[in-house]
Write a protein that binds this ligand. Structure first.
Ligand SMILES: *[C@@H]1O[C@H](CO)[C@@H](O)[C@H](O)[C@H]1NC(C)=O
Length: 158
């Protein structure tokens, strides 16, 4: 190689290196996931099989509170519950999905309706998913709190 082509290579490398570095840390976005990754604890609302759970909270309770990384996979459905998690290790929750283009395409929803009025004004206690830990990841799960405030004013004209 000539000295000129070597310096051209060096320039190319300098230009491309940052791209390569960025790429190495990027997680590829999946288009779908409809079955649990190996080792995952499974949540299935109806027809839960042996070793599976019908609520998300029951699956979380089944995880050891240690530093191990754990994954929970949730089959499609609407789960009516409040979820609290405080285990120490990395925890990932995956909702089954066939379309990762946006939240409206998600097939797993966790929903409940606790108002601050019902929890003595404590907003944390109203959350559908209460995450009291670091290292937590949630994918393709919609969270809802469907509380509605109904203000009824009774006016009496005398
Ligand atoms: C798990 O352990 C942490 C301390 O590492 C503690 O704060 C948390 O309450 C524990 N959670 C459960 C579910 O036992």
């Amino acid at each position: 190689m000539t000295r000129q082509s070597l310096s051209l290579l060096a320039v190319l490398f300098a230009l491309l290196a940052p791209l390569l570095l960025v790429n190495a840390g990027t997680v590829e976005k999946r288009a779908s996931r409809t079955s649990p990754p190996s080792g995952a604890v499974v949540v299935r609302k109806s027809g839960a099989q042996t070793g599976e759970y019908s609520t998300v909270q029951a699956a979380i309770k089944a995880l050891p509170n240690d530093s191990s990384a754990r994954t929970i996979f949730i089959y499609p459905g609407t789960y009516n519950e409040q979820v609290y998690i405080s285990r120490a290790g990395k925890t990932t929750i995956l909702g089954s999905t066939t379309d990762t283009s946006g939240y409206t395409a998600n097939s797993v929803t966790i929903t409940q309706a606790l108002s601050a009025g019902s929890t003595g004004g404590d907003n944390d206690l109203t959350a559908t998913l209460r995450v009291h830990k670091d290292n937590f990841f949630l994918y393709n799960v919609n969270l809802k709190n469907t509380v509605r405030f109904l203000l009824v004013q009774i006016v009496r004209y005398t």
